[in-house]
Write a new protein. Structure first.
Length: 280
């Protein structure tokens, strides 16, 4: 098992608007999430958020403790959210087993010392997409299935944004310190997510795109509402969204994405909306 850990500095709108394509991708795109028997983690200095992937195939993988955290163990001062986007797998947190199927989620609270990840079948390995944020309080670990999620249906086929929002690890479902995670599934024929777009200065986000069909792509839009930029993304890639930036996307086919966010506000509806015809 190997751990790949990367740290990304926070950047202002003034710096970002001057960037060429390669610089945008270097600073905001997380191109590799899953690799067999590896842990990939990227820490963003926006709210010290961590996003990454763990894919056990031939071995049980233990959650490592990167030296950059300067902690006795990974969750000493952090909370962790997990959504499985692969085959069936098991997470063991301080001796408690949690079996996670496809698109099932797990919250692991602060001060959990030992966390391991395993696949039920190495021919169909689990893919544990993980997000983590600093935590000030210890809340109980809990599994959340899609059936237990808070579900919202938005958009319409006429505007190509008919989608189902599954609120999985949010404060209306279970208590967390600041981490929130969920999954948005676009209906066939719809390609736009988070449109109309919005910003929220109280928290940042990371988007992870998956179920992107072979040969198709997603164009992720970011930047200030009057200074938008875009990043072309492929299946199972993630992108960091600063609190000053919009975060929206359009695919060449429908797809699914996981949103994770952290900051000082747990109000899901706290958004500064941007009128579509005023974006530039």
């Amino acid at each position: 098992m190997q751990t790949h850990f990367e740290s990304r500095y926070a950047l202002s709108p003034n710096e970002t608007k001057q960037m060429a394509t390669a610089d945008l991708r270097k600073n905001f795109l997380i191109p590799e999430i899953f690799e067999a028997d590896h842990i990939h983690l990227t820490l963003s200095h926006y709210d010290r958020y961590i996003a990454g992937g763990i894919m056990p195939v031939n071995e049980i993988i233990q959650l490592s403790n990167p030296d950059s955290l300067k902690a006795e163990y990974f969750l000493e001062r952090r909370e962790l959210g997990i959504i499985n986007v692969g085959g069936n797998g098991t997470v063991v947190a301080d001796g408690v087993n949690y079996d996670l199927g496809f698109k099932e989620a797990l919250y692991i609270g602060k001060e959990t010392k030992n966390v391991t990840f395993a696949s039920a079948d190495k021919k169909k390995p689990a893919k544990f997409y993980v997000n983590s944020a600093p935590a000030h309080h210890k809340y109980p670990s809990k599994k959340v299935s899609k059936a237990e999620a808070e579900i919202v249906e938005l958009g319409s086929p006429e505007t190509a944004n008919h989608r189902i929002i599954n609120k999985l690890l949010v404060n209306s479902v279970l208590p967390t310190c600041q981490l929130q995670m969920g999954m948005t599934e676009l209906k066939s024929g719809s390609v736009w997510n988070t449109m109309p777009a919005h910003t929220h200065d109280r928290r940042m986000e990371v988007y992870f795109y998956f179920e992107v069909l072979q040969g198709q792509s997603v164009c992720h839009f970011m930047g200030e509402p009057q200074e938008t930029r875009h990043i072309w993304m492929q299946n199972e890639q993630a992108v960091i969204s600063p609190n000053w930036s919009i975060h929206s996307g359009a695919g060449t086919s429908n797809y699914t994405f996981i949103w994770g966010m952290a900051g000082e506000n747990l109000d899901y509806g706290d958004m500064d909306h941007c009128a579509i015809n005023e974006l530039k």
